[in-house]
Design a protein around this ligand. Structure first.
Ligand code: PLP
Length: 426
């Protein structure tokens, strides 16, 4: 049966599974670094990319391949590459598109780690990351020049939950012959939001979050939508002679999979940020329940957001499912249920009373995590976004009393009771 006819809930269980000699219904974990070559000719063909097959687990592994195939099926992409973390998925994506002297245009509504990778590490490597005043297409357009190689946004910004207008940004990117890259971590593995359906070209996703869902493995994923035209002249390392493969042209050899092949055969080969087969297995296991978990978490987010909204010690609640959220309309358009499993609140009071509140919670884990089975509360100003300048914090909407909450799988009545008692302490 063709996988594009199956629903998300079915693909999250069946995608990437092929019966092997053992007839085992579970997908095996292959804890191997390398693979046997039956002949020297066969090995030589693998190394010149003229024959598909396993060389070394840094490049590919059967367990990881099943996971990548499942993710590609869920997103409807032509291929996926699993990485050791969400950060390395972004690094491999950007460095596969831009080289020294090039630039990418991005928005200020980014996860703090991505912000640092862009404005410190990538700039130090000679890739200029130009941060627009907002994620509006007009603001981004002004920063694009002939050296721009991608527009990069988060489908829903961390932590403000601002939703990017994916369709408008895709149109802008394509009018300049560059791809739109979307970090879709908040889109929960494509279940809540699939930017490829709205014109985005490449997805990055921190699989550490909803894809895994249990906070027990780190991972990232890159998905290639397979629709971008790499022959536009701006990407000679994809459509041009490859330095690493004796002049092989990846676009001619691999067609609409050229980008994801490049990420693997150049990026992963050289930077080496591969996942272990055990972590790939944990991702496969997590994926099997993705839709069920996310649905429960979104429903709980609505409930906790309602409770916080009427509490006098909560100054404001930011939840995209509420009509007063600035991204309400865009969330309705791009996100299933018009919502996400993350909300933020700002408490009345000071930094000190906010700290007291966080430390009074008994059920919510105080950590830097989202998409876990346990409800998580994070204080961005002292953790995820601490490295940002005051100005950058302000642009990203981070105040001293702001808290990000990612709902887990508990009974939400217990979570609400926990918030009630902690609010009474301040
Ligand atoms: C939106 C977003 N992108 C990327 C990352 C980085 O992912 P990882 O922690 O798996 O490296 C995170 C981490 O929280 C995130 O929230």
């Amino acid at each position: 049966m063709s996988s594009d006819k199956l629903h998300f809930e079915t693909l999250q269980i069946h995608g990437g599974y092929h019966v092997d000699q053992s007839q085992a219904r579970g997908i095996a974990i292959h804890p191997t670094a390398a693979y046997h070559f039956p002949s020297c000719d066969y090995a030589a063909n693998l190394f010149t990319l003229s024959e598909p097959g396993y060389i070394y687990t840094r490049l590919h592994n059967p367990t990881t391949a099943a996971y990548e195939e499942r993710i590609a099926a869920l997103y409807g992409g032509v291929g996926a590459l699993a990485t050791s973390s969400g950060m390395s998925a972004i690094l491999l994506t950007v460095t596969s598109l831009a080289k020294q002297g090039d630039n990418i245009v991005t928005s200020p509504y980014l996860y703090g780690g991505t912000h640092n990778q862009f404005v410190i590490s990538l700039r130090n490597l000679g890739i200029d990351c130009r941060m627009a005043a907002s994620d509006n297409a007009q603001d981004m357009a002004g920063l694009i020049d002939d050296k721009t190689r991608a527009i990069f946004v988060e489908s829903m910004g961390n932590p403000t939950c601002r939703v990017a207008d994916i369709e408008a940004l895709a149109e802008l990117a394509h009018s300049h012959n560059i791809p739109l890259v979307v970090d879709n971590t908040f889109g929960a593995g494509g279940y809540l939001c699939n930017p490829l359906d709205w014109g985005a070209d490449i997805i990055t996703d921190s699989a550490t979050k909803w894809i895994n869902g249990h906070g027990n493995a780190m991972g990232g994923i890159i998905v290639d939508g397979g629709k971008f035209d790499w022959s536009c002249g701006k990407f000679p390392t994809i459509d041009g002679p490859s330095e690493g493969y004796h002049g092989l042209n990846l676009y001619e050899a691999f067609g609409n999979q050229a980008f994801i092949v490049k990420c693997r055969v150049d990026g992963m080969r050289d930077f080496g940020c591969c996942p272990s087969s055990f972590d790939a297995y944990l991702m496969l296991l997590g994926l099997e329940t993705l839709s069920l978990r996310v649905k429960h978490e979104v429903e709980s987010t609505y409930r906790l957001a309602e409770f916080c909204r009427q509490h006098p010690k909560v100054r404001s609640v930011s939840f995209v499912g509420f009509e007063d959220h600035s991204s309400y309309e865009l969330a309705k358009k791009y996100f299933r249920f018009g919502a996400s499993a993350v909300m933020t609140i700002e408490l009345e009071g000071t930094l000190e009373s906010t700290v007291k509140f966080v430390e009074s919670l008994r059920l919510s884990a105080h950590m830097t995590m989202i998409g876990d089975s346990i409800t998580v509360v994070t204080h961005p100003a002292s953790t995820t976004h601490k490295q940002l300048s005051d100005q950058a914090k302000e642009a990203a909407g981070i105040t001293p009393t702001l808290l990000r909450i990612s709902l887990g799988l508990e009974n939400v009545e217990d979570i609400i009771a926990d918030y009630q008692q902690a609010l009474e302490k301040i």
